[in-house]
Design a protein around this ligand. Structure first.
Ligand code: G16
Length: 543
């Protein structure tokens, strides 16, 4: 085998978004496209010679090809060891765990998360650093800068590596270790949760439906929920990961997991329903007859986390992304612990977790996690819910009702306008930003604007500043609308509008969310001119 230096020319569109580089498969299939990006990552790092790189992905179309490329390029660039999930599979939280557990220098996680997969669908590459979390902006910016200048990449010339057997081999002096993708992760979960209590709950007749959406969580959920915890066979559905996710959109929301939702709302519903996404970091939680919003789930998990052995000592603090509802803030206040508001993107939680300032983090985008890894973790959230249900011996509905009675309720929804013309979306945001100073005091659809700003975050650990992270409009009485453009879409722009209204007191806790938010929806359109700019009168997805 030989190491080759291959001449290449830059692409100008390799700017990592909210979570790595995500593009359509045909874009990644252009000559040297993936190679350029991977080399740009390596060229932006220092001190990895002889160290370990973790490589894995969510099994989507094109995963196996890029895994082979990544292994050969890691060898050519001087890594000493590659740890690769068998079959090229590692869920995102499992990859984070493997990086941490094996003291790796970093990892390449191949995924486009909840986006669809297939020859004309989405693919992605993300670099994670040694703490197991997504690379911070300082690195992603360096990668983008490098990608615009790159003129060569290094690759080993060897034959394909067998990634389908657990064991060890080598490529040009680099050891390649193929590992069971589930084992380390399942062992970690056993240290955090009361498996005996959950097992007893299943033995007592508790029933659940977990939809793996033909994505990466299937093997993890089968092993943990059915084999280790004794959930009845069939509790885990759609558990065989497929390169195109069976033609579905592996996004655990009420639109794409509608079958699960309908089941959970039916008369014969099991006690608990859950789903995870393409790469296993998102979660959907539905009790019998009740959907729990991700923002509420974060608050309820934080309020009850002490019931699980891994969190019995209490929480250091809670972090949430800015567009996530303030439900968790009320829990933090009651617990007397810190609450941190960060920009959208799990990478912003890394420093807070490393510094021990927070234990639990969450985002409205169906992500919840803790300091056990440095990614959000779908199955972790499901297991924490199961642990809480096993200890409290109440239904999800009862737990939610008690929570709202104690803390009040943050009615919440996100409206997504997908594949909007990029120029129109940019114009909408620019116009909004241009009038922020004039908005306070204005009355819109009967609501008075109390403040309007463009969210800016100063990381309390490294003092780095991230600007333009979303426009916030706050109304008197505490309601809020947030506007931002998604950083994960692959066609056109996606406008996200986040709506929130707080209510407390008897008679105010059981409103239909759409009724509770109706006047905010109208106000949002009036302020931002959504229909005027985009031509859309309805969102494509409401979550
Ligand atoms: C990624 C990020 C999350 C973010 C989400 C949505 O999730 O890791 O932190 O909340 O995208 O981002 P945006 O609103 O910019 O589309 P995932 O599950 O896609 O990796």
């Amino acid at each position: 085998m030989m190491i080759r230096t291959v001449a290449t020319t830059p692409y100008d569109d390799q700017k990592p978004g909210t979570s790595g580089l995500r593009k359509k498969v045909p874009v990644f299939q252009q000559p040297n496209y993936a190679e350029n990006f991977i080399q740009s990552v390596f060229d932006s790092l220092e001190g990895f010679k002889g160290k370990t790189l973790v490589i894995g992905g969510d099994g989507r179309y094109y995963n196996r090809e890029v895994i082979q490329t990544a292994i050969r390029m890691a060898a050519a660039n001087g890594f000493g060891r590659a740890i690769v999930g068998k079959g090229g599979i590692l869920s995102t939280p499992a990859a984070s765990n493997v990086i941490r557990k094996h003291g790796a220098f970093g990892g390449l996680v191949l995924s486009a998360s909840h986006n669809p997969g297939g020859p004309n669908e989405d693919f992605g590459i993300k670099y994670n650093v040694g703490n197991g979390g997504p690379a911070p902006e300082r690195i992603t910016e360096a990668v983008f800068a490098r990608s615009k200048e790159i003129d060569r990449y290094l690759i080993s010339d060897g034959a394909d590596i067998d990634i389908d057997e657990v064991g060890e081999g080598s490529v040009d002096g680099m050891t390649v270790e193929i590992i069971d993708p589930v084992a380390d992760y399942a062992a970690l979960m056993e240290t955090l949760f009361d498996f005996a209590a959950i097992r007893a709950m299943f033995q007592g007749g508790f029933r659940m439906a977990f939809d793996a959406m033909h994505a990466v969580t299937g093997p993890y959920a089968k092993d943990i929920l059915e084999r280790r915890l004794g959930a009845p066979g069939g509790s885990v559905r759609n558990f065989v990961p497929l390169p195109d996710f069976g033609g579905h959109h592996p996004d655990p929301n009420l639109v794409h997991a509608k079958e699960l939702y309908d089941l959970m709302m039916s008369a014969g519903a099991p006690d608990f329903g859950a789903a995870s996404d393409g790469d296993g970091d998102r979660n959907l939680i539905i009790g019998k007859g009740i959907f729990v919003t991700p923002s509420d789930s974060l608050a309820m998990l934080a309020a009850n986390a002490h019931l699980a052995p891994g969190y019995a000592g209490g929480l250091a603090g809670i972090a949430r992304s800015m567009p996530t509802s303030a439900a968790a803030d009320r829990v933090a206040e009651k617990l007397g612990i810190g609450l941190y508001e960060t920009p959208t993107g799990w990478k912003f939680f890394g420093n807070l977790l490393d510094a021990g300032k927070v234990t639990i983090c969450g985002e409205e985008s169906a992500g919840t996690g803790s300091d056990h890894v440095r990614e959000k973790d779908g199955l972790w959230a499901v297991l924490l819910w199961l642990n809480i249900l096993a200890v409290r011996r109440q239904s999800v509905k009862e737990i939610a009702a008690a929570h709202w009675a104690e803390y009040g309720r943050n009615y919440y929804a996100r409206h997504d306008y997908e594949a909007v013309d990029t120029d129109a979306a940019n114009r909408l945001m620019a116009e909004l930003r241009g009038k922020l100073a004039d908005l306070p005091g204005m009355e819109v659809n009967g609501l008075t604007i109390a403040f309007a700003d463009d969210f800016e975050y100063r990381d309390p650990v490294d003092q780095s500043v991230s600007r333009h992270q979303g426009v916030r409009i706050g109304f008197e009485g505490g309601s809020r609308v947030v506007f931002r453009l998604s950083g994960t879409g692959t066609s056109g722009a996606t406008l996200r509008v986040y709506l929130e209204r707080y209510e407390s007191g008897p008679g105010r806790l059981d409103l239909a969310t759409s009724d509770a938010l109706a006047e905010l929806v109208a106000a949002a359109d009036e302020i931002a001119g959504i229909a005027r700019h985009t031509g859309r009168t309805e969102p494509d997805v409401v979550t």
